[in-house]
Design a binder for this molecule. Sequence first.
Ligand code: ATP
Ligand code: MG
Length: 414
Amino acid sequence: MHDILPETTPAWQALEQTLRTLAQGYGYEEIRVPLLERTELFVRTIGEVTDIIEKEMYTFEDLSGDSLSLRPEGTAGCVRACIENGLLHNQTRRLWYLGPMFRHERPQKGRYRQFHQWGVEAYGYNGPDIDAELILLSARLWRMLGIDGIVRLQINSLGTTESRARYRAALVEYLSAHHDRLDEDSRRRLHTNPLRILDSKNPELRDLLVTVPALGDYLDDESGDHFTGLRALLDAAGLAYEVNSRLVRGLDYYEKTVFEWVTDRLGAQGTVCAGGRYDRLIEQLGGRATPAAGFALGIERLLALLEDSAAPVVTPSPHVYLIAVGATAERAAPGFAEVLRDELPDLRLCVNCGGGNFKNQFRRADKSGAKVALILGDDELVNGVVGMKFLRDERAQEVVPRGELARRLRAAVL
Ligand code: ATP
Ligand code: MG
């Protein structure tokens, strides 16, 4: 779990602002749900034999003896909130959320125990048009961030639960015939969650997986049509993609469409954004059957990618640093600054705190990065003026009447 320090928060804030603007541009509304949920919610939705449930959850009993877990992902809580608050009654919903998720993973680059996801979810839409919208929205984000050249889209269809069961049988048969070539993890998954073996990050399994039966050959008609429909929409929109028949997801609730945006720039943790369709989840949690699709993107991975390719974002320096020398001036300074802030709401004004002689304060003004130092002394106060010194050029200090100060500063720094 990481502290996000002041030198890094500007990049987070800029990204968050971009995400908000993007979501608004597509008619998605923000939802904020708790970080803690009943453990059962995650077990029922994500699936008992997934990595997340088997070994990654932070689970504890509260004082009433209820088992609670820190959320490992956002979809389950979002769906629960929508059902409980009646957001899905005879209506469609387009929602997004942003916040920390918790998984007890082995920490490494791009893989943390507290990380952040931006999730986008659409409820009540059956057709592939919404799948395409979600994908196009994510593609726009890469363009907004200037990283569209370094991420690639992979799509696949998992079919319905029934067709996947037929595929699963074929897969288990194939993998069982090559049991000696499976690693320990895959042997364990062979009878619990064999599809997840396709997603193995172990390079030694690669050869074995090349000749594995293809999921696409087992698709039912409905899923096949849905997938063809999605491909036609992406083609018509001119968005390039790759069909990866081994693409599966780590959460059990997906069916039909799945997709990932991947990059070669982040080593083994190359998936920046991942999602798909989960038409049964809402009903499974006690809501009326409602089709659903969504994705989540990993903010830390995205920021790592941006760090590589975009100009760093920094907190802007103050425009003005206010120096106050003398007992009367020091007492007047905070109120003086407040009036100036009323006059110039966009002004970034840093007021000297902690006293100090003129030389000390002037040094702090310079270090703050401000463009202008204002100097308030006891005499200036009496005379209704203020000293004004440009810190980044050689102009001599001036005396400005208080009544003209706002106009002068607006011209100089805003
Ligand atoms: P992976 O295969 O990398 O473990 P996953 O299938 O567990 O990913 P999802 O649960 O679909 O991933 O999460 C969506 C995105 O959230 C991922 O693509 C990734 O960008 C990010 N993510 C997931 N787990 C972590 C983590 N532990 N640390 C940082 N980012 C993560
Ligand atoms: Mg994972």
